[in-house]
Unconditional design. Structure first.
Length: 230
C-alpha cells in the first residue's frame, strides 16, 4: 500500500524549510548555548543523529521518573532532577541539530521530518513527566488534558506551516523556547523543594485551588489561547 502519492514524493523532494525564531529567550540564551555546544560536536555527527540522541535522552529520563512509586506519591529527588536534566538536554540538542545541518550544508526534508516527528512524539513524554512532577491523583484525566492541549498547539503550528508554503515563524514567546524550559525548571526546583509544594492550597477568586491545578490550567490556557489568537 502506497501512503504517499507520486505527487507527494515530488513535493517532499522539492520542499525547503523556511522559518525563523523571534523568541527573546532564544535570541539571548538558547541560540548562544547551542552554538557553544556545537563547538564540541564533531562534523562527522549527522544532524539526525543529534536529534535522536536528544529525543532518546528525554525518553529515558521520563521512563526512569515514571517507574518510581505511584503517580500520586512523591518521587525520588534524584529522579526528578534527572528528568529535568534530560528535558534540558533534549531542548538544547533540538536547537543544535539545525545549526549542525546548516554548518554542514546538510539541511534536508528528511531532517525536518525527523526533527518534527521527534517533537511530536516528545509531547507525550513531556506530558507524562510534567504530570509526575506535579504529583497528580487523577493522573489519567490530567495526562489526557495535557496531551490534547500540547498536541493541539503543535498541530496548529504545523497546519499554519502547511498553508504558508512551508513557512514557520516562532513568536517572541512560544512553547518551544519558553514552554519547555518551564518543564525542566519545574522538575529541578521540585527535586530541591519536594513535590508537596504542588499540593499547597491557593485561595484565588473566591475559590481554593491546589497549586498544581492552578499551574497546569494557566500553562494550558496560555498555550492554547496564544495559538488561537496568532
Amino acid at each position: 500500500m502506497n501512503y504517499i502519492t507520486k505527487e507527494g514524493e515530488e513535493a517532499i523532494r522539492q520542499f525547503k524549510y523556511k522559518g525563523g525564531d523571534l523568541s527573546i529567550s532564544y535570541k539571548y540564551i538558547w541560540s548562544h548555548l547551542a552554538e557553544k555546544v556545537l563547538l564540541v560536536i564533531p562534523d562527522t555527527w549527522a544532524p539526525n543523529t543529534i536529534t535522536l540522541i536528544g529525543f532518546f535522552t528525554h525518553v529515558i529520563g521520563t521512563i526512569i521518573l515514571a517507574s518510581f512509586t505511584p503517580f500520586n506519591k512523591p518521587a525520588p529527588s534524584w529522579a526528578l532532577f534527572l528528568y529535568g536534566l534530560s528535558v534540558f538536554i533534549y531542548q538544547t540538542l533540538d536547537n543544535v541539530d539545525g545549526k549542525q545541518a546548516r554548518k554542514l550544508h546538510n539541511s534536508t526534508p528528511l531532517g525536518m521530518i525527523m526533527d518534527h516527528g521527534c517533537d511530536a512524539l516528545g509531547l507525550l513524554f513531556l506530558s507524562v513527566g510534567l504530570c509526575r512532577v506535579l504529583c497528580y491523583d487523577n493522573f489519567e484525566m490530567v495526562l489526557t488534558i495535557f496531551t490534547i492541549g500540547v498536541s493541539f498547539s503543535f498541530y496548529i503550528s504545523a497546519w499554519c506551516q502547511y498553508y504558508s508554503d512551508g513557512l514557520m515563524i516562532l513568536g517572541k514567546f512560544n512553547a518551544v523556547d519558553d514552554g519547555i524550559p518551564v518543564v525542566w525548571m519545574c522538575a529541578i526546583v521540585t527535586s530541591v523543594l519536594g513535590q508537596k509544594m504542588w499540593l499547597t492550597p491557593v485561595h484565588l477568586f473566591g475559590s481554593t485551588w491546589l497549586l498544581n491545578d492552578l499551574f497546569a490550567r494557566s500553562i494550558i490556557g496560555m498555550g492554547m489561547g496564544k495559538n488561537l489568537v496568532t
